[in-house]
Design a protein around this ligand. Structure first.
Ligand SMILES: [Fe+2]
Length: 319
């Protein structure tokens, strides 16, 4: 972190503001505090704020309303809500509607507060860079995300490779292919919101952890939307875990409701996952991976896409 980042803390209780400010004292960030939501709005209008962390229950205005206003004024600013347990439903609802990035429960844990703040800054950097992104920037951002999860190193470039072979085979335009390449690079960018402990979990994930992982499509799409990325890229991020039979996530859409670009990246992602080592198993041979893909024909995967994919993979192997 560096001092170019400003964090705005909003709480009607001054002592909360000073304790929170103290936690971030060693983190090389500029901390701005306000006990008034109306003043906070003026602060966001007059200076660049990377992250805003707001209490919810305040007499002047609810935190959720404040964060909604800030979203309009400064869409790149990462919004975090602090909330008491009693208010948890509001917080989760706000996350699902994309109004806030994360919530922190009161009383807070100091380390957790620092971790979430630092991830929120990373999210801000990601959005502001994506906004002006060229290919090199996008790839290096994707590699930053991969660093969080050592098992996926090199994954996004390989996914892009398979996705491009398939797109070319299907006769997609050069422009579409370029967007599919970008989408492949950052299809998992929502993982920036998934805690490292969950990403690197070696055992089976709990239901709650699984829910967090499943949110990465929506979080990522929200991020890409905020950065004004093209629709093709957004739909790759949002729909790359949907299944042909409707049993995927986040929406459970099926068949032709799933955009072609998402199906292309989905099969490329699956093939690369099967042929790479994972925390819970060793890599499969290409032949075994193809068998699994064939088993998913008409269940998880669109039969037309499977047939085309098998064709290009066999051609690539023979050529
Ligand atoms: Fe994913």
């Amino acid at each position: 972190m560096n001092l170019s980042h400003s964090i705005l803390l909003v709480d009607d209780e001054e002592n909360v503001l000073s304790s929170l400010k103290r936690i971030l004292i060693d983190d090389n960030v500029r901390v701005v505090t306000s006990s008034s939501p109306l003043e906070a709005i003026q602060l966001v209008k007059s200076q660049k704020i990377s992250v805003v962390i707001s209490d919810n229950m305040m007499p002047e205005m609810k935190g959720i309303d404040l964060l909604e206003k800030i979203k309009l004024i400064s869409p790149d600013t990462t919004r975090i809500m602090m909330t008491a347990y009693a208010d948890l439903t509001t917080a989760i609802d706000a996350i699902n509607r994309g109004e806030v990035y994360r919530f922190i429960t009161k009383p807070w844990d100091n380390q957790e507060f620092r971790d979430i703040t630092s991830e929120a800054i990373a999210r801000y950097v990601l959005i502001s860079s994506l906004r002006h992104a060229d290919e090199t920037t996008i790839l290096s951002l994707a590699q930053t995300i991969e660093l969080k999860d050592p098992y996926t190193r090199g994954h996004c470039e390989r996914v892009a490779h398979y996705a491009l072979l398939l797109s070319e085979h299907l006769g997609l335009s050069d422009e579409k292919q370029k967007l599919i390449k970008y989408g492949s690079y950052i299809h998992d960018c929502g993982k920036i919101g998934v805690p490292e402990s969950v990403l690197n979990c070696r055992g089976k994930l709990t239901d709650e952890q699984m829910e967090i992982v499943k949110n990465h499509s929506r979080w990522g799409a929200d991020l890409a939307r905020t950065a004004n990325l093209p629709d093709t890229v957004i739909s790759i991020i949002l729909y790359h875990h949907e299944r042909y039979d409707g049993n995927g996530y986040p929406y459970g859409i099926k068949g032709d409701e799933i955009p072609l670009e998402a199906k292309i990246v989905n099969i490329a992602d699956m093939f690369d996952a099967l042929t790479s080592d994972r925390p819970y198993r060793d890599r499969l041979s290409r032949g075994d991976a193809i068998d699994i893909i064939l088993e998913c024909r008409e269940t998880a995967l669109d039969p037309r896409i499977v047939d085309a994919f098998i064709k290009i993979i066999s051609e690539a192997q023979n050529g």
